[in-house]
Design a binder for this molecule. Structure first.
Ligand SMILES: NC(=O)c1ccc[n+]([C@@H]2O[C@H](COP(=O)([O-])OP(=O)(O)OC[C@H]3O[C@@H](n4cnc5c(N)ncnc54)[C@H](OP(=O)(O)O)[C@@H]3O)[C@@H](O)[C@H]2O)c1
Length: 167
């Protein structure tokens, strides 16, 4: 199954200034890319904290929210699901239901869990022209991994989109 990680980061490798921040600081072109790519995949997997910053399911995609707690919402078939399964079990369950692709869309804990479990097949990294100086790093506690650069694209005038395959 194709598991695509999508992240936008500052030049100093941060994905947010704090854990409650909504990722609305990225360029219009990045937002456009995110919507296009995640709709193409049809499934987004995110952590409970990231979901809280958004506040509602992303439309026209199955939203899988990872949490160890009782979620404050009911599942809606094909729209919203919460799970406390391991990343590998989440992927297996999607495969069993016939899904061929899913996007891992953050935050740091979920990126780290999927990378550590070697489930990510490719990654789109948008680098925005900002330095946060402090804040939430992209990943933490993940063993080193080698990537292969597939493409680079300038997004608008100021941002860069990098596509990597995880080897
Ligand atoms: N720039 C970007 O591209 C981008 C993208 C997404 C998010 N973000 C930013 O990332 C920040 C949030 O990241 P974060 O690391 O604090 O939180 P997160 O990864 O969004 O969510 C963490 C939560 O996910 C649940 N969780 C983690 N591992 C799990 C597992 N193996 N099984 C089940 N549940 C698991 C836990 O929920 P419970 O506590 O409920 O158990 C945990 O508290 C926000 O600031 C957001 O804006 C940035």
């Amino acid at each position: 199954m194709k598991i695509t990680l999508i992240v936008a980061m500052s030049v100093d490798g941060r994905i947010a200034t704090d854990r409650e921040q909504l990722a609305d600081w990225t360029s219009a072109e990045d937002k456009q890319f995110f919507v296009m790519k995640t709709k193409e995949a049809g499934v987004v997997i995110m952590g409970r904290r990231t979901f809280q910053t958004i506040g509602e399911p992303l439309p026209e995609r199955l939203n899988i929210i990872m949490t160890h707690q009782e979620p404050p919402f009911d599942d809606i078939a094909g729209v919203l699901e919460s799970t406390s399964q391991t990343p590998a079990a989440v992927v297996k369950s999607l495969e069993d239901r016939g899904y061929k692709q899913a996007c891992v869309v953050g935050g740091r804990e979920i990126y780290s869990a999927f990378l550590a479990a070697h489930l990510v097949t490719d990654m789109f990294v948008t680098v925005e022209p900002l330095m946060f100086g402090s804040g939430v790093p992209f990943i933490e506690g993940v063993p080193g991994q080698r990537l292969q650069l597939i493409s680079t694209e300038r997004l608008g005038l100021q941002s860069v989109l990098l596509h990597y395959v995880v080897l």
